[in-house]
Design a protein around this ligand. Structure first.
Ligand SMILES: [Zn+2]
Length: 443
């Protein structure tokens, strides 16, 4: 999608209440082709399914796209959208920004300064709350933050940087920090370098003589000690999220003598009064967005972070360390259902005669040995295999080999099986498929 739509709630006393912001930077050539305008119409429809009707509309783009306004308003008129959406000259705000992140609203520079903060804040807030930036809290796991503190939530800014136009929006937010003297943009993690690159790309569109700076990632807490920052006074330092201010302080301690902490930009910052046990530290740098202003108060109150003696660990929650772009589990959800006949799989009647009354599947099986715990569902695979005589059962072996071809690497050399007869039987069934090479079985 070429357009980023989000709501902006604006001060009522200034008479611009619920607003829709439409942001784009794509240049489309000399005008916006009809197919993209139709896309925009569909996006507005989707928007209205999820948000309050808007009183005003902000069209936000860079000043090379000034001619797009007439395409959009003309489209609204042509398709009667202006009437149904109640858009008129009085409630449409045409916002153009320049290479410094400044600009005009309806050709008025003063109005830009008046609306700039709300346009930026609302967009960053929308991205954070609608793109899964905050993971947790859950009862079962908590997170080891890069600072080594433990917290029941983990904030992953990479999640908001997935769509091109939204990355460009963050690039627009960063434009005002990207002055002509900037030679380097140092990011705390590689996952936000796309935002820095977007800012540079916009700058290059808007200022043809701008020289693109070097963009690099210093690897957050893990990499900062050994990283060699070149020319810090002519560099921007971009920190994705600050939970406790430690990274920005560490960074400032390293480069502080050579620059001002104004060059350290924190995209999202926790409030300083998070519950738990963290020793206070004076945070450095300036934040684009404070989480306590964009997350519901009860959610903020539920965030807890521990520097030591983690109460989450002691309450049987598992600490999970997140490094890089690893897969993370979704929040667990338990749904109770009553199994009815309609759920019966069609294959069940074929196997029922083999299984019923043989104790191959036992619910709440009692302990056999002292170290056994009671199993909710116990599958006696060993007994089942003996009954089926797997090695001679052609039907089973055919299906099993088919499954192996899909799942097991053809370079398999050794199979190590658990020390029970069922595992040994399965391991031996594995070998025929790999007859053209020697496969060793080890228990
Ligand atoms: Zn913990």
């Amino acid at each position: 999608m070429q357009f980023f739509l989000y709501p902006a709630k604006v001060n009522k006393s200034l008479n611009y209440n619920d607003s829709l912001v439409i942001f784009w930077t794509y240049q489309f050539g000399s005008s916006i082709p009809p197919k993209y305008l139709h896309d925009l119409r569909d996006l507005i429809k989707d928007y209205l399914n999820n948000h309050l009707p808007f009183d005003n509309i902000f069209l936000v783009t860079h000043n090379k796209n000034w001619n797009h306004f007439k395409d959009i308003t003309g489209f609204f008129e042509e398709y009667n959208l202006a009437y149904s959406l109640k858009i008129s000259d009085t409630n449409i705000y045409k916002v153009l920004f320049n290479d410094l992140g400044l600009g005009t609203v309806n050709d008025d520079e003063t109005k830009f300064k008046q609306y700039q903060d709300i346009i930026i804040f609302s967009g960053l807030s929308f991205l954070f709350n609608n793109r899964g930036a905050m993971v947790g809290p859950t009862d079962h796991i908590h997170y080891i933050l890069p600072s080594r503190n433990h917290s029941n939530v983990f904030i992953r800014i990479a999640n908001i940087l997935k769509r091109g136009v939204e990355i460009n929006f963050v690039g627009f937010v960063l434009l005002k920090y990207l002055t002509n003297n900037i030679k380097n943009i140092y990011c705390d993690t590689s996952s936000i370098t796309s935002a820095a690159q977007a800012a540079v790309n916009l700058k290059l569109i808007l200022d043809p003589i701008f020289v693109a700076p070097n963009i690099d990632s210093f690897g957050s807490y893990y990499g900062i000690d050994n990283y060699n920052f070149i020319d810090p006074s002519n560099s921007i330092f971009l920190i994705s999220v600050s939970s406790d201010g430690r990274l920005s302080s560490k960074l400032f301690n390293k480069i502080g003598l050579q620059t001002s902490d104004d060059n350290i930009i924190i995209m999202y910052k926790y409030p300083s009064n998070i519950s738990g046990s963290i020793s206070p530290i004076q945070s450095k740098g300036r934040a684009l967005c404070y989480l306590n202003e964009i997350i519901a108060a009860d959610v903020i109150d539920s965030i807890i972070t521990f520097e030591s003696d983690c109460k989450l660990c002691s309450s049987n929650s598992t600490p999970v360390e997140i490094i890089g772009d690893e897969f993370m589990t979704e929040k667990e959800e338990t749904i109770s259902i009553l199994l009815k006949e309609e759920y019966l799989p069609i294959w069940f009647s074929n196997v029922a005669s083999i299984l019923i009354g043989k104790k191959y599947i036992v619910c709440h099986r009692l302990k056999r040995k002292t170290q056994d715990s009671i199993r909710e569902i116990y599958l006696d695979i060993d007994a089942l295999f003996r009954q089926l005589n797997l090695k001679k059962n052609k039907y089973f072996n055919k299906l099993f080999q088919k499954y192996l071809i899909q799942r097991v690497s053809a370079s398999l050399k050794i199979i190590i099986y658990l020390d029970d007869t069922a595992s040994k039987t399965i391991a031996e069934c594995n070998t025929p498929h790999f007859l053209d090479q020697k496969v060793y079985l080890l228990s």
